[in-house]
Design a binder for this molecule. Structure first.
Ligand code: GAL
Length: 370
């Protein structure tokens, strides 16, 4: 009897503890650096994979309304593809400045800085080979927290940005199927910073042909209009009466054709968040996306002022994990962030980080099914 009770207790104890975080080699970069994948699992049957190259969120196996899991994130099977010219930043942490800086120039404390114009004529997502999405971060796992912290020190002047930047990103998989991303950074010289995650989701499973049936709510009355090179004009405009009005839920496909079919056309806008309170202290709601087929729901919470809703307009059938193909507009990103080109827009919330200050940013991707 006693033995039976002890055995039952032991089973209970095992059931209530998430498995340890697993680490495995993912292969070497073309430059010869070894990369690693971390696999996190929780008690609710969800699994997440993280990669030290680009501090990347590379897979999320999420249950649908029947409890059947599918990987809803885009990614690649080998490090070289993550470093290829057309990698599209799948799941990467992008920066130092996520989004665009006009003509790759900004002035801080009277000094002009020049960055790569890797998205001509503008700077995009931190630049070239030493952008934060292209370097191997140092990973450290915590079994107790079911988390991994990636750290990277970017030398003063790397990719043209001033200051030695010490950055870290912690990914935690919670037992209620949320991925919590916490960024932190300090600098030794005044600099600009705007980190975000560039995960692409298809809630029917990555590789499914469309997101047109996904129903989106964005907690934003306003957005930041852009010119034809996708640089913000400085204006804060109402979404009312436009195809960007997602204050009430709309399927992505309902109005996407109104943007035309030129290369890159479609949803690719920064929304000014209303700061609608959420049930997580300190975080407001950015977006809710529902996939009627699988019943999967993604809720995005953050403490940032904006979110870039990008509908995968530059995807062109890249081959990703397990040979899956990522068709044009078959994945969406919700990049919690400051507004595009803020270093050149004095009226936008500041992106300046000074010595002695700590940059912090939290984004939660919470999954459920209904
Ligand atoms: C998004 C950006 C798009 C495109 C994409 C990468 O963050 O808003 O315009 O550049 O990244 O292909």
């Amino acid at each position: 009897m006693m033995i039976l009770r002890t055995a039952a207790l032991a089973t209970l104890a095992i059931a209530s503890v998430a498995p340890a975080v697993e680490v495995a080699e993912f292969g070497k970069t073309p430059g010869g650096e070894m990369t690693h994948v971390y696999t996190l699992e929780n008690k609710s049957g969800m699994k997440v994979k993280l990669l030290d190259l680009g501090a990347t969120l590379m897979a999320a196996e999420v249950p649908d309304k029947e409890g059947k899991t599918a990987d809803v994130l885009f990614g690649f099977d080998d490090p070289a593809k993550y470093l290829s010219d057309d990698n599209q930043y799948f799941g990467n942490v992008v920066g130092r400045y996520g989004n665009r800086i006009a003509k790759g120039k900004f002035t801080l404390d009277g000094k002009e800085y020049t960055l790569a114009t890797n998205n001509p004529p503008n700077h995009l997502h931190g630049g070239g080979d030493r952008a934060l999405s292209k370097v191997v971060w140092k990973g450290e796992k915590s079994d107790a927290d079911n988390s991994v912290t990636f750290s990277y020190t970017s030398p003063d002047g790397e990719e043209g940005y001033p200051g030695e930047l010490k950055a870290q990103v912690t990914y935690t998989l919670t037992d209620d199927n949320a991925v919590r991303i916490e960024y932190e950074a300090t600098t030794d010289k005044p600099t600009v910073l705007n980190l975000t995650n560039h995960a692409y989701f298809n809630l029917s499973g990555a590789g499914s042909p469309t997101i047109n049936d996904h129903v989106v709510t964005l907690y934003a009355d306003h957005y930041t209009p852009v010119d034809d090179t996708l640089i913000t004009t400085g204006e804060i405009a109402k979404v009312e009466g436009t195809a960007l009005d997602f204050r009430e839920p709309h399927a992505i496909g309902d109005r996407v054709d109104s943007f035309g079919d030129a290369e890159g056309a479609g949803y690719d806008h920064n929304f000014v968040l209303n700061k609608t309170p959420s049930d997580v202290e300190g975080l407001h709601k950015a977006a809710t996306v529902k996939d009627p087929k699988s019943g999967r729901v993604l809720t995005v919470l953050t403490d940032q002022p904006g979110v870039q809703f990008y509908g995968g307009n530059f995807l062109k059938g890249q081959t990703g994990k397990d040979g899956k193909t990522y068709a044009h507009r078959s994945g969406f990103c919700l990049e919690t962030q400051h507004y595009p080109d803020s270093p050149n827009k004095p009226d936008f919330p500041s992106v300046v980080l000074r010595p002695g200050e700590t940059y912090t940013h939290t984004c939660v991707y919470a999954f459920s099914a209904e």
